[in-house]
Design a protein around this ligand. Sequence first.
Ligand code: NCD
Length: 340
Amino acid sequence: MNFVGNHIISVGQFNRLAADRVFEVADSMQPYAMRKNITRVLQGAILSNMFFEPSTRTRVSFGSAFNLLGGEVRETTEVKASSLAKGESLYDTARVLSGYSDVIVMRHPESGSVAEFAEASRVPVINGGDGPNEHPSQALLDLYTMRTEMAASGQSIDGLKIALIGDLKFGRAVHSLCKLLCLYDSIQLNLISPPELALPDDVLDLLKAANHTINIFHDMAEGIQGVDILYVTRTQEERFPSQQEADKYKGLFRLNQAIYTENCAPNTVIMHPLPRDSRAQAQELDDDLNQNPNLAIFRQTDNGMLIRMALFALVLDVVNEVDKNAQPVTWYTARRHLPI
Ligand code: NCD
């Protein structure tokens, strides 16, 4: 896969070598993300960060990743604040914005919208999530997290046993993660969801074609036995025809410390793409797990910064320049002393 100047729309573009390359560059970004060093390698470059759906992590970490490489960020965060609200097409918006920026990150509620936008863009476009379809940077950071978390016990991604829990129908993070896992060998996936929110057939078929072991469960305690990783997700309420419909599925699967202790080996890693829904009727990942050392959710979000820095460096072809003009950070930074 050639990264330079290319769009990143789907994890389908990646082979194993390309994923490894992203992880290797992400590793090299650690001193900058930890505020040990600064680099200005993207000085003068402009990112247009276009988020037409709610976002905290993806938007801010893409923006901060660009800033950490020395670039500037312009943001639009609502359809109603852009000319899309005046009936402008994605084509026209892309033609215009790509004249103002060096790279664009876009999130949009419709499947395929970012690909359509990218076709008209004159600069590289990175998919920040297109409806229920895909979320490639999330899948890369999830896989990177699995790799780092499992390294402690000498295990690689090949042969992992993973439980995917929750709304597997609408969760784009799950869809992209499953597709990326097809690049690896002998994965066991325990798919735990209500029957109505099962993983879509096209994604399931890809997992089967990769010869992975698939087990389907509708009971969480049964499905989480014997796995290495629990990947919990939120009911994607914004994708349901009505709030009432979405509410039917909230709180059906709730992971807490007692359930974890009863059913999981003590070193089982807990992940979630976040946001977790902490409202009383949902709580798919209880706050009582916050002190559990295997709760990897905030290491996951920290890793998101490394992965997004790596994607920018690869697409804009500055990987070999990053360290050249690096300087030590001179201000006091608590960030550097925090455990991750
Ligand atoms: C995910 C998303 O937007 O798809 N969030 C994220 O980007 N980390 C998952 C979600 O919203 O549930």
